[in-house]
Design a protein around this ligand. Structure first.
Ligand code: PLP
Length: 384
C-alpha cells in the first residue's frame, strides 16, 4: 500500500504496483499454473486457482480503491456474482432490484433455483417496498444504482440501513459507476461486485469480474468460494485489467463530460421523447444520486418519437457502433427491447418504460462533435 492521498494516484500506485522480485515498474504476467515447493507446504504461492501474483496485485488494487479489506478477481462479472450468491443456502431468499442486470436475474431464476435459493424483485428506489419485502427467509439485498436501462436511482445508504436492521447481507453491483464515481462500501454495502468488463477494464478487450468486501471473516468465506468454485481471472487478463484501471480517472472524466453533453443535446431534440440520465435536474433520484456519487456516469437512454424507426437509426450510424456491453472508450448503442431485455414479456416492458423506441447509449470518449454529428444524422435518417 502506498502513502499517497489521492484516489487518482491510487489508481496508478495502489495495491502491489511494482514487482518485488525484479523491480519491474509493472507487475509481470506470472503465466504459470503452479509454484515450486522446497518441502511440502513450504510456499508463498501454491497453485494459480488459489493465488497468483498478477491476480493478487489486481485484488490488492481493487480492495484499496474501494476501501475494502480484501478484493477478488473472477473470470467475469457473472462468475463474481455466482461466487457471492454461493454464500447462501437452500431456503434462503435474496431481494433484488427489479431492473437488475439480466444475467443476475437469469442465474437466480434458472441456476440457483435448482438449489432452493429463491429471489424476489423489488423496486429498490421505493424504501417502503424494500422494507415490506423483508420476511424471515430473506438473507440479502442486491442492488444496482443507477440500474439498467432507465438509470433508476436507489438510495444506497437507506437500503443499507434496512438491510442491517434485519441482519441481511447488503450487496451492491457498482458496474455502472466504477469506484471512481461511487464507493458503496463507504455507503454501507457489505459486498461490492463489478463487471470489470465495463468501465474498470475500459477498452472492450476483456471479460472480468471483481468483488470487494469490508469484513475479514466475510473475506475468508469469499476466498474459500473463489478457490472452491474456480472461476478465477487469468494472469494475462489480470494484467490487462490493472493496465486499464490506471487510466480510470481520466477516462471517467471524459466519459461524464461527453455523456452530459449528449444528454443535454438530446433533451432539446425534437425527435426525442424522453432522456434518462442521472445528471439531468429532472431525472428520477437526481438529488439522491448527487449525494452518493461523484458524477452521473456515462450511460444515457433515450426514446425516439413516434415515426422514428430504431433499426433505421442503428443502420445509419457511422462511428457509433451497435453492440452489447458498455463502458469502453468507444461509443456503443444497444436496443434494450430486442437485446438486453428481450427476455422480459412485451407488456411488462411497456409498463416499466422499456419501449421499442428506447435506445441505450454508452457514451465513449471520442470527440464530442463527432459523437453529436453521428447521432443527429442517424436520428434524422430514422425518421425518413
Ligand atoms: C455486464 C454486467 C454484469 C455481468 O458481467 P460480465 O462481465 O458480462 O459477466 C453484471 N452486472 C452489470 C450491471 C453488468 O452491466
Amino acid at each position: 500500500m502506498g502513502n499517497y492521498k489521492d484516489f487518482d494516484s491510487a489508481l496508478i500506485h495502489g495495491g502491489i504496483s511494482s514487482d518485488p522480485y525484479t523491480g519491474s515498474v509493472n507487475v509481470p504476467i506470472y503465466q504459470t499454473s503452479t509454484f515450486k515447493q522446497t518441502v511440502p507446504g513450504d510456499f508463498k504461492y501454491e497453485y494459480s486457482r488459489t493465488n497468483n501474483p498478477t491476480r493478487e496485485a489486481l485484488e490488492a488494487l481493487i480492495a484499496e480503491l474501494d476501501g475494502g479489506s480484501r478484493g477478488f478477481a473472477f473470470a467475469s462479472g457473472m462468475a463474481a456474482i455466482t461466487a457471492v450468491l454461493s454464500l447462501f443456502y437452500s431456503g434462503d431468499k435474496v431481494l433484488i432490484s427489479n431492473n437488475v442486470y439480466g444475467g443476475t436475474y437469469r442465474v437466480l431464476d434458472k441456476v440457483f433455483d435448482h438449489f432452493g435459493l429463491t429471489y424476489q424483485m423489488v423496486d429498490t428506489s421505493n424504501l417502503k417496498e424494500v422494507e415490506e419485502a423483508v420476511t424471515e427467509d430473506v438473507k440479502a439485498i442486491l442492488v444496482e444504482s443507477p440500474a439498467n436501462p432507465l438509470l433508476t436511482i436507489t438510495d444506497l445508504k437507506a437500503v443499507g440501513q434496512i438491510a442491517h436492521r434485519h441482519n441481511l447481507l447488503y450487496v451492491v453491483d457498482n458496474t455502472f459507476m466504477s469506484p471512481y464515481l461511487q464507493q458503496p462500501l463507504k455507503l454501507g454495502a457489505d459486498v461490492v461486485v463489478y463487471s470489470a468488463t465495463k468501465y474498470l477494464g475500459g477498452h472492450s478487450d476483456l471479460v472480468a469480474g471483481l468483488v470487494t468486501v469490508k469484513d475479514k471473516e466475510l473475506a475468508d468465506r469469499i476466498a474459500f468460494l473463489q478457490n472452491s468454485t474456480g472461476g478465477v481471472l487469468q494472469p494475462f487478463d489480470s494484467f490487462l485489467l490493472i493496465r486499464g484501471i490506471k487510466t480510470l480517472a481520466v477516462r471517467m472524466e471524459r466519459h461524464v463530460a461527453n455523456a452530459t453533453a449528449v444528454a443535454e443535446h438530446l433533451q432539446n431534440h425534437p425527435a426525442v421523447n424522453k432522456v434518462y440520465f442521472p445528471g439531468l435536474l429532472t431525472a428520477q433520484g437526481y438529488e439522491i444520486h448527487k449525494a452518493q456519487a461523484k458524477g452521473p456516469g456515462a450511460m444515457v437512454s433515450f426514446e425516439l418519437t413516434e415515426g422514428h424507426d430504431a433499426n433505421r437509426f442503428f443502420k445509419s450510424l457511422h462511428m457509433i457502433q451497435l453492440a452489447e456491453s458498455l463502458g469502453g472508450v468507444e461509443s456503443l448503442v444497444c436496443h434494450p427491447a430486442s437485446m438486453t431485455h428481450a427476455a422480459i414479456p412485451y407488456e411488462t416492458r411497456q409498463k416499466v418504460g422499456i419501449t421499442d423506441g428506447l435506445i441505450r447509449f454508452s457514451v465513449g470518449i471520442e470527440n464530442i462533435e463527432d459523437i453529436l454529428q453521428d447521432l443527429d444524422l442517424a436520428i434524422e435518417e430514422s425518421g425518413k
